[in-house]
Design a binder for this molecule. Structure first.
Ligand code: CDP
Length: 210
């Protein structure tokens, strides 16, 4: 059986949590596509001694290795910023395209979360969700995550970074962050994790019944 769930949304909207819950409940494989860009961004910074060089980023994306995705520092603010810089480079996106499409087409079902899954990577996905929440809510969630990891950033700094990254992701020319026309919109601002995942489960179950 082939069945693809595409989940997109801005930073810290809850899409990763929902994607993982769907994967677990329905036995689908899960790919956090943000991790690919984070790994490319982080390695590009290492090689450029802190600077994101376009040529280096393209080479890194073409030669991305599985172990690059296992680095422990991919969830930090530095990796977030580097990810959204390299993600705006069309050749970087192109280099990561096949891996994502092959993953989506695997037997047994797959759920992918990112920014362009429903629009570019899997426009024919059986289920498309666009997960959002207000900037303040998302900043609070990300601040709590980073604080738990030991990063010392104020809520204001996190909100500032998040707004800048959203603007870069939504404003780029290639595969900008956008909801697919046929995506189900899920605003998680006032929702608990249980409520959000229940709504997502219902959307998947409905399609599986078809
Ligand atoms: O967890 P969070 O939502 O903050 O970020 P992420 O999903 O890990 O993505 C990190 C960055 O990678 C985003 O800000 C985007 O610039 C980029 N990205 C993308 O361009 N396309 C994707 N499919 C996934 C991530």
């Amino acid at each position: 059986m082939k069945f693809t769930v595409a989940i997109d949304g801005p930073a810290a909207s809850g899409k990763g949590t929902i994607a993982r819950a769907i994967a677990e409940k329905f036995g689908f494989a899960h790919l956090d596509t943000g991790l690919l860009y984070r790994a490319v961004g982080r390695r590009t910074m290492d090689q450029g001694r802190g600077v994101v060089d376009e040529g280096v980023a393209i080479l890194v994306a073409k030669e991305l290795r599985p172990e690059d995705l296992k680095r422990p520092d991919l969830r930090g603010s530095l990796a977030s910023k580097a990810a959204s810089r390299v993600a705006a480079i069309p050749e970087v996106r192109e280099a990561l395209l096949k891996f994502q499409r092959d993953f989506a087409a695997q037997e047994g079902g797959a759920v992918l979360d990112g920014r362009d899954i429903g629009t570019v990577i899997c426009p024919k996905a059986e289920v498309k969700l666009f997960v959002t929440a207000t900037e303040e809510t998302r900043a609070q969630r990300r601040h709590a995550e980073l604080t738990a990891k030991g990063e010392k950033r104020t809520l204001e700094m996190v909100l500032f970074d998040l707004k800048a990254r959203d603007a870069r992701d939504a404003g780029r020319d290639t595969a900008p962050l956008a909801a697919a026309e046929d995506a189900l919109l899920l605003d998680t601002t006032e929702m608990s994790i249980e409520e959000a995942t229940a709504a997502a489960f219902a959307a998947v179950q409905e399609k599986l019944r078809d």
